[in-house]
Design a protein around this ligand. Structure first.
Ligand SMILES: [Zn+2]
Length: 352
């Protein structure tokens, strides 16, 4: 499509809506952006700038344009046991923030609006037996790969090799095939194929030929020094939006890259749970470029969001923005997800 100056306010959404493509079935030259953009508009027929404005409208409740469908595959209905892989060098304090977010998913004792409340929208999705996505998410094991076993420039396939390496290096190789998933997190000095250009994270499933069996996995990178304006929005905004556009928000845990990562982790966990084998919940006809429940709500964090506006969020005493509480008094700013009941994006801080 042509990227005219006039379209600038909407471009952010195009960039972001392609940021989490899970089109890993395809070769590295796969045209993620072109593909996603067409698929996002169910019913099709619109091109270029028209598609851009249509996309922004869907955040305002125009649900007719969203054709999210169930493709008969499984969802993660059993308690989710996360095998967490820290790739590269990680500060313990950063790890605590991410752990706290993950463990907040099933912590219903946290005051509202809470992460658990946010996940309750994800848990509305069912499989063909009527079983809902689980509300239980635990970290069953952590692996560290501080020696960068696959280097600092990774391909998509390297992520599976990192998983294989972590599993092989651990003494106890028993893995629960039924409900385990891998979450690979790369430190800010690690470059990943398509990171910052087409993806901020992705999810897929492991191949027996590499890992030895098939389990869903997700990868998320820390974009702090590489492309915060792309992958840590809205804590950083693209240069073309500076000036008249929305201002960057202040990250609730004080770290643009890390706080941005939390929202991408949330996005990927939601999609991995509702589409773990890429044959359950997604919009569009092409499973190599599915539009999933997080993709539909990218850039939206509160009521009234859309068209480059995040929506109404909360501020803490230090003036830092958030939209949900986590365990231990933590606060997070996490994008909303598509509700199959409301047929709209939903989040715990909704005002209506
Ligand atoms: Zn996505």
């Amino acid at each position: 499509m042509s990227r005219s100056e006039a379209a600038a306010p909407f471009l952010l959404f195009l960039v972001l809506s392609c940021s989490f493509s899970v089109a890993v079935l395809a070769a590295s030259t796969y045209p993620y952006k072109e593909q996603k953009q067409t698929l996002n508009v169910a019913g099709g027929g619109m091109g270029g700038g028209a598609a851009a404005t249509t996309e922004s409208k869907r955040y305002e409740g125009s649900s007719d344009l969203v054709n999210l469908r169930y493709h008969m595959g499984p969802v993660l209905s059993s308690p989710i046991k996360i095998h967490l892989i820290w790739y590269g060098r990680w500060a313990a304090s950063d790890q605590r923030v991410i752990r706290d977010f993950i463990l907040s998913v099933s912590d219903t004792s946290v005051p509202k609006p809470s992460v658990a409340q946010w996940w309750s929208t994800v848990a509305l999705y069912t499989d063909q037996t009527g079983a809902n996505i689980t509300r239980s998410v635990v970290i069953s094991r952590e692996y560290t790969d501080a020696g960068y076993s696959k280097g600092t420039r990774l391909t998509r396939l390297s992520i599976q090799q990192i998983i294989q390496h972590a599993v092989a290096a651990s003494a106890d190789r028993a893995v629960d095939h039924k409900n385990g998933i891998y979450l690979v997190l790369t430190s800010r000095d690690v470059a990943v194929q398509e990171f910052c250009r087409a993806v901020c994270g992705f999810h897929y499933f492991t191949f027996p030929s590499i890992v030895g069996y098939t389990l869903p996995y997700a990868w998320v990178g820390n974009s702090g020094t590489q492309c915060p304006d792309v992958c840590a929005y809205p804590f950083a905004v693209p240069a073309y939006m500076a000036g008249g556009g929305p201002k960057a928000l202040r990250p609730p845990n004080g770290d643009v890259g890390l706080d941005g990562m939390v929202s991408v982790i949330a996005h990927e966990l939601a999609e991995l749970s509702s589409n773990p084998l890429v044959n359950a919940w997604y919009a569009g006809e092409d499973p190599t470029a599915p539009t999933e429940i997080g993709d539909l709500c990218e850039g939206l964090y509160g009521t009234g969001g859309g068209g480059g506006y995040t929506g109404q969020v909360l501020s803490d005493r230090k003036g830092r923005q958030y939209n949900m509480n986590g365990r231990g008094g933590r606060k997070f700013l996490v994008q909303w997800v598509w509700s199959p009941v409301l047929k709209a994006c939903a989040g715990p801080n909704a005002l209506d």
